[in-house]
Design a protein around this ligand. Structure first.
Ligand code: PMP
Length: 461
């Protein structure tokens, strides 16, 4: 094993605190506590620097879909690095892994998609989309169609463009975002915002918010609507089933492009290849990253439908956009091997037919817990809404505090669950077995019990 294991956990933490500034982190707080050092991983299990084995309920960061320790992917990248570690895809050049991955992506995505634009992350994919949808309309003599409609509490990345599309107010407050011509509408989050409506009424109301925004702004000013089929980082927000068909109808009627951010939902997460397949809608553009390589190497992309590609190719001339690592050979080789594993092992079918139904059952049992106001899943995404007094959908005071308490207890129980405000969320590797799902549910139940006891002891309940 190539491991530098001659330093103690404390030494590693001190070096980390001195020199490594972490993403989405309160650095003062982290420096006081010390980072958790993850050493190695296999399947769905992480091992930390003290030798603890932790069940990774979050697939790293929603990405290690085929699980850890896949030698095939490491070897594919290694072989590619020996043959051609890098060459650019600008200036009329290409290489075999980039073109072969393009062929494969055209095969596994919906028929309108025949071209991919490569990048290295989900944020870069969404930045590409901002430029591409505006170029699409400008190429047809409609440069004033430039507004992009997104949702509040959506997550589309951390670059200036991605964070602007996202609807996270805390992110907007840092750095004067969003950029101009991004408009946010309500999200389809029934548990928090459904009020007296049932889910069907609420789904329609949320889709109609798009229609209202179009009426106010004017369809002649709007380029596109973008959404995650299921909001991930916002808290695993599963829209009512009638939401996406209605959104699609509105986009078609008003002639605005429909963009799916598939960074989390893509590559099998819902039990279909893509979230838009699950909800049966046809996007004009799709952002992808994470599960494209199961996180083994950084790679993202935008799938471009023929409808979008043709006028841009025909009338826009050069598209002045690209990244040094667009179509990086080793990342493409890793992605190709990752997709080969998904196909060879029928991982998407495993999610749909075995893992997702089993998780749904176990999760529903957790829904009976006194702390859980709602337990929901779709595919291998799950959320537990923590509440003080069910069945009321009222929240704890100081939103986020109870979620953080529960998340820390979950770690002590050797289960990675993430807290989004007071929702506990999971997105385990897609290869998780039914026995491992039972183990995940057992640890989650213990975590709920321990959290309940602590909240009682501390006077929250
Ligand atoms: N879109 C969605 C839906 C995401 O969940 C994320 C990352 N969590 C991104 C975009 C941004 O991807 P990246 O972090 O690779 O830039």
């Amino acid at each position: 094993m190539l491991q530098r294991n001659y330093r103690t956990t404390e030494e590693l933490q001190a070096a980390d605190a001195a020199h490594h500034w972490h993403p989405f982190t309160d650095t003062k707080e982290l420096s006081a506590e010390g980072s958790r050092v993850i050493r190695s991983a296999e399947g769905i299990w992480l091992t930390d620097s003290d030798g603890n084995r932790i069940l990774d309920g979050m697939s790293g960061l929603w990405c290690v879909n085929v699980g850890y320790g896949r030698r095939e992917i490491a070897e594919a990248a290694y072989r590619q690095m020996q043959e051609l570690p890098f060459y650019n895809t600008f200036f009329k050049s290409t290489h075999v892994p980039a073109l072969e991955l393009g062929e494969k992506l055209a095969e596994i995505t919906q028929p309108q998609f025949n071209r991919v634009f490569y990048c290295s992350s989900g944020s870069e994919a969404n930045d590409t989309i901002i430029r591409l949808v505006r170029t699409f309309w400008a190429a047809q003599g409609k440069p004033e169609k430039s507004v992009i409609i997104a949702r509040r509490n959506a997550y589309h990345g951390s670059t200036v463009g991605g964070a602007s599309l996202g609807g996270m107010s805390a992110m907007h407050e840092q750095g004067s975002l969003p950029i101009p011509d991004i408009h946010h509408i309500r999200q389809p989050y029934w548990f928090d915002e459904g009020g007296d409506m049932n889910e069907v009424e609420f789904g329609l109301a949320c889709a109609r918010a798009l229609e209202d925004a179009i009426d106010t702004i004017g369809a002649d000013k709007i380029a596109a609507f973008i959404g995650e089929p299921i909001q991930g980082a916002g808290g695993v927000i599963i829209p009512p089933d009638n939401y996406w068909p209605e959104i699609e109808r509105i986009c078609r009627e008003r002639d605005i492009l429909l963009v799916a951010d598939e960074v989390i939902c893509g590559f099998g997460r819902t039990g279909h290849w893509f979230g838009s397949d699950h909800y049966s809608f046809k996007p004009d553009l799709m952002a992808m990253a994470k599960g494209l390589s199961s996180g083994y190497l950084p790679i993202g992309g935008v799938m471009i439908s023929d409808r979008v590609a043709e006028p841009v190719i025909e009338h826009a001339g050069e598209f002045f956009h690209g990244y040094t690592y667009s179509g990086h050979p080793a990342a493409c080789a890793a992605a190709l091997e990752n997709i080969a594993i998904l196909e060879r092992e029928a991982v998407v079918d495993h999610v749909r037919d075995v893992a997702a139904p089993h998780l749904a059952k176990r999760w529903a049992e957790l829904g009976e817990h006194p702390l859980v106001g709602q337990a929901r899943t779709k595919g291998l995404l799950g959320a537990l809404e923590l509440v003080p007094a069910k069945p009321e959908r009222r929240r704890f005071p100081n939103e986020g505090t109870v979620g953080t308490i529960c998340r820390d207890i979950s770690f002590e129980n050797r289960l990675v669950m993430r807290a989004v405000r007071d929702s506990m969320i999971i997105a385990p590797p897609l290869v998780i077995t039914t026995d491992e799902i039972d183990e995940l549910a057992k640890r989650a139940e213990k975590t709920l019990n321990d959290t309940h006891a602590k909240l009682k002891a501390d006077g929250w309940l």
